[in-house]
Write a protein that binds this ligand. Structure first.
Ligand SMILES: [Zn+2]
Length: 156
């Protein structure tokens, strides 16, 4: 859980050289100047590793012919995921669990890590089980953990 630093803690942080991107301020605040150098290097290392991991995931996806933003059938996949067999976002009256009806967006998605709609669409498009599995791993690396997030985060 993120906790906001108090004004006093913010002052101490600034005096110590400010925050370090990717490091919790609580850790940064307790760090000695030597620790700060190490923390900065470690955060930079993690950022580079994340970039490498994402690049490796994309490279593997492209090698096995999995679905990615660079696949020739990406637009077709997005159209289907946006359609009635997919997430199908609709603007209109929606009913809350308490029974109140309001105007807004609603769509189909099981949430969590559920990508069953995307899987079904990829299978229907002729992708193999391996290509589907690698596609889903690629979607996750791009922030698409569930079906609607593939549409909202990966497709943008
Ligand atoms: Zn979702």
């Amino acid at each position: 859980m993120f906790q906001k630093p108090t004004p006093e803690e913010l002052k101490r942080l600034a005096a110590a050289g400010g925050g370090i991107p990717g490091v919790p301020w609580q850790v940064t605040l307790k760090a000695t100047p030597e620790d700060r150098i190490k923390l900065r290097a470690e955060a930079e290392q993690r950022r580079r590793q994340d970039e490498l991991d994402a690049a490796a995931t994309l490279a593997k996806a492209q090698r096995v012919g999995a679905m990615t933003k660079h696949h020739p059938r990406w637009d077709e996949f997005c159209d289907r995921l946006e359609g009635p067999d997919g997430v199908n976002p609709q603007l209109g009256p929606r009913t809350s669990p308490d029974g109140t009806v309001s105007e807004g967006w609603s769509w189909t998605c099981a949430g969590g890590h559920d990508k069953s709609l995307a899987s079904k669409i990829l299978i229907a498009m002729g992708f193999t089980n391996e290509q589907v599995a690698v596609s889903l791993a690629y979607f996750e690396s791009e922030g698409g953990l569930c079906d609607c997030e593939i549409l909202f985060n990966v497709a943008e």
